[in-house]
Design a protein around this ligand. Structure first.
Ligand SMILES: [Zn+2]
Length: 230
């Protein structure tokens, strides 16, 4: 056999082997599906369900200066619920402020890569969602601080704001999305500032059952509908 031909065959086989290994390792590390956006405010975006690069919530609305940082947008229904929650909290002498809301794919991509540069991949993957995998892209998630200009911090859990939100948030449709001790289920470190709108009924049920949205979704939302027996 021609030597040159043998060499080509060897290179070809090596490439086939290399591609097979690459595909296999990728599929083992990451099994993801697109989030079911038809679920509306109940949609689940986590490390298993992601959003397409071009997904933009239908009803995005600008947040006014009374409620949070300017130039921010969020889902209209979630915003209406937040305004009511904010005003009632204020009546109780508690000020809450939105510092982060809707983020598009491109911005999340920038945040993720910035975090990798600063903190490395291991820490980043516990704290920052990959683009397409962030709840902020749904427009239903917000990061709350006690006043304009405050930075996100675990110290937030010691504030009266956090106490008020923990007691009343679910009655406005908001849940603490990444609770302490639930890291193995949510895939993220405890974030006392990150709240997610799911609607009042669901939020109250999640609160009562003391479960995460990930668990609620698989137990009550993502289920086969029984066939019609009529
Ligand atoms: Zn957040």
């Amino acid at each position: 056999m021609d030597l040159e031909f043998c060499k080509k065959i060897k290179i070809f086989l090596f490439l086939v082997f290399f591609i097979a290994i690459t595909i296999n390792s990728n599929s083992q590390n990451k099994v993801t599906t697109f989030a079911d956006t038809s679920r509306g405010v109940l949609m689940l975006v986590n490390k298993s369900y992601n959003l397409p690069i071009d997904y933009v919530p239908v009803e995005l609305i600008a947040i006014t200066e009374t409620y949070g940082d300017s130039n921010k947008m969020m889902h209209k229904e979630a915003y209406d619920a937040f305004r009511k929650m904010h005003d009632d909290a204020k009546t109780d002498g508690v000020n809450i402020w939105i510092t982060s809301a809707y983020r598009d794919f491109k911005y999340q991509n920038w945040l993720y890569n910035k975090s990798i540069e600063e903190n490395g991949v291991v820490i980043t993957d516990k704290t920052v969602a990959q683009p397409g995998f962030s709840e902020h892209q749904t427009g239903l998630a917000i990061d709350i601080v006690s006043a304009r200009g405050k930075k996100l911090s675990k110290e937030f859990e010691k504030t009266k704001q956090f106490e008020w939100l923990s007691t009343h948030g679910h009655d406005y449709g908001y849940i603490l999305r990444y609770p302490n001790g639930k890291e193995s289920i949510t895939g993220y470190e405890y974030e006392p500032w990150h709240f997610r709108y799911v609607g009042i009924e669901t939020a109250q049920k999640i609160e009562k059952l003391n479960i995460t949205l990930d668990e609620y979704y698989e137990q009550f939302v993502n289920i086969e509908v029984a066939p019609d027996t009529n």
